[in-house]
Design a protein around this ligand. Structure first.
Ligand code: SAM
Length: 420
């Protein structure tokens, strides 16, 4: 029998599965995109308040922190700001670019000067680079393509200056691409807007650059005293920097489910990647954790998982196999993470309990079960409201336009400790 779920209220309260509704993790009223995190939006980005608190309470200066699904690098940035060494992985090259900009202190005066040069270059530049992505003109009108191409030429001409300043401009360019495109910026998936007035690319880009200059100023006191390693690779097949017993802390937020019905990081990044010359990574969403449907095997160490899977399989076997594929990958990731952490040290997994076909998937408890099978103790799960996070409160569980289902209003921060 599945455990009955108590409704979560706004009061702090103890719930089943060692859950605690604890509003002190909500950081209500503080946008996740504050300070340095104003640089480039990213879906399902960590609230920095969570990572900051975990890093302060569960690690020391000089300790090694790992985020195997690092996204836009909130854990990397907080590691830098708190003088921890960091290793991170992400499949998405755009995420790595954003994370590198957010963790590279730059002299603001140098960026401002380069921006003046850039404007001169832009005025003289010819459109040279046109992305090879399909349907380019479905997503950009002709004038925008020409203007973006001229800006691309101008940024390339900056290449003889500092590569880190250049990267700052590429990431700002990527933000401008999103705003200038005909896609709806508020959506995680690529959805074409019905109407839009033509873009003045330079003024949009300049606005983004000024915003990002203000954001980068938040790094002015940061010093990278310890290594910061960020790898663009599939964590399930990664080797580099992953020796057993190396890490003092793991903090991560893996994908919430398959990219088809939850957050499509590849789709979110596609137009930017085209313009950054990475059209070849268009199959990103097919390579993400949990994107392969798998026949249901009975070998994952979580009775909670099979209780919900059996119920789901009864309603829709195909969806149940997709869901199983996600948890099979998640278990593979947990098996890789488990030995990397020193004994006695801590892991924090931030997960969402989405609904599929009306059934809530208790990913927090499933993660706890999977870690317990690897010699970890489940300490506690904090339940936080995601009211201030850029996440869909509704998803499209069937991927049919218009069919939506209320999904996560809460996130679950699962705290685990390695015992053996
Ligand atoms: C919830 S997001 C992480 C967001 C991140 N915490 C932040 O603050 O921006 C999950 C990330 O996992 C990445 N990802 C998915 N599958 C992966 C894999 N097999 N290896 C490495 N990264 C992967 C996605 O590209 C995405 O950036």
């Amino acid at each position: 029998m599945r455990q009955q779920f108590l409704p979560i209220t706004e009061l702090d309260q103890a719930l089943p599965y060692k859950r605690l509704r604890d509003a002190s993790w909500d950081f209500k009223g503080i946008p996740a995109s504050s300070g340095i995190y104003a640089i480039h939006p990213y879906p399902a980005m960590f609230h920095f308040g969570i990572v900051r608190r975990v890093i302060r309470e569960f690690s020391q200066v000089g300790d090694w922190v790992l985020d195997p699904f690092m996204g836009s690098g909130v854990a990397a940035t907080e590691s830098l700001l708190h003088q921890r060494a960091f290793v991170g992985y992400d499949l998405n090259p755009l995420a790595i670019h954003i994370a590198k900009v957010r963790t590279t202190p730059l002299p603001v005066a140098a960026i401002k000067l380069s921006c003046e040069h850039l404007y001169q270059h832009y005025r003289e530049a010819a459109p040279e680079f046109i992305p090879t992505g399909p349907n380019l003109h479905y997503w950009f009108d002709d004038s925008t393509v020409q203007q973006l191409s001229r800006l691309h030429t101008a940024i390339r001409r900056l290449a003889e200056t500092d590569p880190e300043v250049e990267r700052f401009f590429w990431v700002s360019f990527s933000e401008a691409v999103r705003i200038c495109s005909l896609s709806d910026e508020q959506e995680f998936k690529l959805v074409r807007r019905k109407t839009r007035s033509p873009s003045d690319v330079w003024s949009i880009f300049a606005r983004v650059v000024w915003k990002n200059i203000a954001a980068i100023a938040h790094l002015s006191n940061a010093r990278a005293l310890f290594p910061m390693r960020m790898h663009c690779a599939d964590f399930l097949h990664a080797e580099e920097d992953l020796e057993p017993n190396r890490f003092d802390l793991v903090i991560t937020s893996p994908p919430y489910g398959d990219s088809r019905t939850t957050v499509a990081y590849g789709q979110f990044s596609r137009l930017s990647l085209w313009w950054l010359g990475m059209s070849n990574v268009s199959d990103l969403d097919k390579r993400m954790l949990g994107s392969r449907r798998q026949p249901i095997a009975r070998d994952l160490p979580s009775p909670t998982l099979y209780a919900v899977l059996d119920e789901l399989a009864h309603r829709d076997l195909k969806r149940a196999e997709e869901v199983f594929g996600f948890y099979a990958d998640l278990f593979a990731a947990i098996q890789r993470i488990a030995p990397l952490v020193k004994r006695g040290k801590h892991v924090f997994f931030l997960v969402g309990n989405r609904r599929v076909k009306g059934i809530e998937l208790p990913t927090d408890k499933i993660c706890a079960d999977l870690f317990e099978s690897q010699g970890y103790q489940h300490v506690r799960t904090y339940v936080r409201s995601i009211s201030n996070k850029r996440m869909p409160v509704e998803n499209s569980p069937t991927n049919i336009p218009g069919q939506r289902e209320t999904t996560m209003r809460y996130e679950y921060l699962v705290h685990l400790q390695r015992m053996r």
